[in-house]
Ligand binder design. Structure first.
Ligand SMILES: NC(=O)c1ccc[n+]([C@@H]2O[C@H](COP(=O)([O-])OP(=O)(O)OC[C@H]3O[C@@H](n4cnc5c(N)ncnc54)[C@H](OP(=O)(O)O)[C@@H]3O)[C@@H](O)[C@H]2O)c1
Length: 261
């Protein structure tokens, strides 16, 4: 019988993602949300076992080495939190998006010389992870491709972390450079040689199409997140699979097992 309890410090507890994930984390028998970072007032029904703090340093001072720092804030805030949490000996899952590549480079460099775990998951949705995997596969035969992503208007970063990650994986898989877009902005932003278009509109939550053009045919791989609950199963996989991660890893695929076969 597995008796492990994963102690979670949830940064961004009052945000849309924090609020959406908390009930599922609280219900998981092997998860304890022991700390919450938020500058908002604590909710009235906060469990007595959860420390609530507006300050990452204070929260980390009360945490235990081996605890998990789950960062659902912003790219900028996560960039500040990760070195502090590593210093305190915590293992880290970054669900926030929008970090500069220089931040990831700095974490990688640190983790090459110091032990530690940082798992960056641009998208916890299993459907989105499969979309990326299928897109990577399709790009080997249909290398002409564009990405269209759409999100709710409050999303700060554009294009999304998922779109960037999809483009990077396609670029690594297809074995040839993308065609130059020149300076035509309407053709999309060039991400690793893949044109990416970002929509920010009310009514959207999180959506992405990867469109491959072939000889007289078009293949579209599409994913739609219909509600934030789609992120919970992948988040629980990340928490339970974090033991398998060493150093810096990017993507939920690092903790995916063999599926249900
Ligand atoms: N990985 C995934 O599957 C996935 C899915 C959806 C979204 N996301 C990403 O998750 C992040 C949160 O999304 P959201 O929709 O929840 O955004 P949100 O509602 O705007 O919440 C952002 C949270 O970040 C906190 N925050 C902002 N600046 C901070 C700072 N300097 N220090 C500490 N906390 C700070 C806010 O805290 P206060 O309440 O204290 O202001 C708030 O709780 C975004 O980066 C988003 O792109 C990831």
């Amino acid at each position: 019988m597995n008796t492990t309890t994963y102690r979670i410090n949830l940064a961004g507890a009052s945000g849309r993602m924090g609020k959406a994930m908390w009930p599922g984390l609280a219900e998981a028998p092997d998860v304890d949300v022991v700390g919450a970072l938020s500058r908002q007032a604590a909710p009235a029904d906060l469990p007595w076992t959860t420390r609530w703090s507006a300050d990452a340093t204070t929260l980390l001072a009360e945490s235990r080495p081996g605890d998990i720092w789950l960062d659902l804030t912003t790219g900028e805030a996560a960039t500040a939190h990760v070195p502090l949490a590593l210093e305190a000996g915590l293992r880290i899952i970054v669900g926030a998006t929008g970090m500069a590549s220089s931040a990831l480079d700095a974490w990688r460099a640190r983790l090459e010389t110091h032990p530690g775990t940082v798992l960056v998951v641009p998208n916890f949705s299993l459907g989105a992870v499969l979309m990326m995997r299928f897109a990577e596969e399709a790009a080997r035969w249909l290398p002409d491709v564009a990405i269209i992503e759409g999100h709710h208007p409050a999303k700060r970063d554009a294009p999304s972390g998922t779109a960037r990650r999809t483009a990077e994986r396609i670029a690594a898989s297809r074995g040839r450079a993308g065609k130059s877009l020149g300076d035509q902005q309407a053709m999309g932003l060039d991400v690793s040689g893949v044109p990416v278009h970002a929509l920010r509109l009310p009514g959207l939550l999180a959506h992405q199409e990867v469109v491959f053009g072939g000889h007289g045919e078009v293949l579209t791989i599409r994913h739609d997140a219909m509600g934030r609950e789609c992120f919970l199963p992948g988040l629980l996989l990340a928490i339970r699979g974090l033991d398998r991660v060493r150093g810096l890893a990017i993507g939920l695929e690092h903790v995916l097992g063999e599926g249900t076969k």
